[in-house]
Structure formats: structure tokens, C-alpha cells
Design a protein around this ligand. Sequence first.
Ligand code: PGA
Length: 253
Amino acid sequence: MRLPLVAGNWKMHKDHREAVDLVRELDGLLAGLEGVEVAVCPPFTALSDVARTLKESRSRIVLGAQDVYPAPEGAYTGEISPRMLKALEVHYVIVGHSERREIIGEGDQLVAAKARAVLEEGMVPILCVGETLEEREEGKAESKVRGQLESALAAWSSDEASALVIAYEPIWAIGTGKTATPEDAQEMNSFIRGWLAERFGQDTASGVRILYGGSVKPDNAAELMAMPDVDGALVGGASLKAADFAAIARFRE
Ligand code: PGA
């Protein structure tokens, strides 16, 4: 059985004080929740304070980061290394989010290097893949996602891949209020698992958690999560309100 993962991607929201308030409130609302792993990915400037807050309150919320640079250290102005994240007890690192691919211009090679660097530092990448509306309408959604998986995981062994988390995030559903139907999400997530099985074997594929992301909200979380290949959610907008995010994490209730 795959433990569902509900991860909040705070994007460029919340300064370090607001972040601490949000995670405290969230922690209270999640008291007693079993059988779901909950993670938050605050901006870099808030990681240290959120890490301390989680530790002090012995919270079960897991810390994630939104990005990383694939080098141990060096002259990379403005970048953050895997080791710096690891030192803050970051566990998950989002890699290849469509906003970084589309707005910042990150290519597949850089995404692959980031995923690798996260793995090598002993953290878990949440590798994001997904198609644009145009690609979907042209029937190219699966080939786009396959290409992203092939390039990001080219150098991975089956053992390494078993630790991975993948997030299917159709770009047309991110921040738009347009959620993919549970059937759309299931279809792509099952395609991704099929690809993993071909590439890494059925055992590995069965263990990898494949999330859905894109306008997940309290009122659609349960039906998405009910799909057999949807193992959780990567949540943007709705993760900024503790009550909404907690309601998503409590999708079974
Ligand atoms: P959204 O963002 O929930 O605001 O659509 C999801 C994401 O980008 O991870």
C-alpha cells in the first residue's frame, strides 16, 4: 500500500513570519490525522523558521523545498545547494515544476541534474511533469510526459527510482480553477506507472507515489484521491489557507 502524500507548494507566498503562523495553525488542524503524509514546501527564506517550528512542536508535518541547484557549492549567485537544504532537515524537493520550466526557462537537462542532486543528498525529489492545453488538444499529452520522464530519469536505477515521488500537473489546471477530472488524472497517472514498470520493473512501479496537482481543493480532493493511481496531491493555492489544506489532507473524512 502506498501512503498518500499531500504536499503544499506555497510558491512565492508567505514571509518567514507568516510561514510560521501558517504551519502552526496547520499543525493544530492536523492533530490525530493518521494514514496520510503531509508536507509543506515554503519559500527558501522561511525554511529555517518553519523547520524550527516543526521541531519544537514535534510535528509530523514533513518539510519540503520548492527548488534546488544541482551543485554541492560554488560560484552560483542566488542558488541554494542540496546540502543547505539537507542541513535544515528538508526531506522533499520539488523539481521541474511547470512554473520553473515555463517562466524561468528550465530545460529537461537541468531538471534531470536537479533530480539526481536531490537523490544523491539523500532527499526525495517530487518530479513534476505535465502538458499544456495545446499539447493535450493535439493528442500529445502522453508523449510530452513520457519525454519528461525519459530525460529526468535516464540515469536512474530501479533501486533509486523506488524512492521517487512524481507529480502529474497538467499546466492548464494549475492556478486556473480548472481541475482535471478524476478520470483524466487516473488515465495519466496510470500511463506514468506503466512507463515506470517498463523502465524499472513492476515492483518499483508499484511503490512509487504518483500525485496529481492542479486546482486541488477541499471539494474535489476525495474524488481525485479515490482513483487507484492517484497517491496524493501537490497543492498550490489551497495550501495557503490552513483550513482548506487540512480539509484536503483529511480527504478520507
Ligand atoms: P494550484 O497549483 O493548486 O494552485 O493549481 C498546483 C501546483 O502548481 O503545484
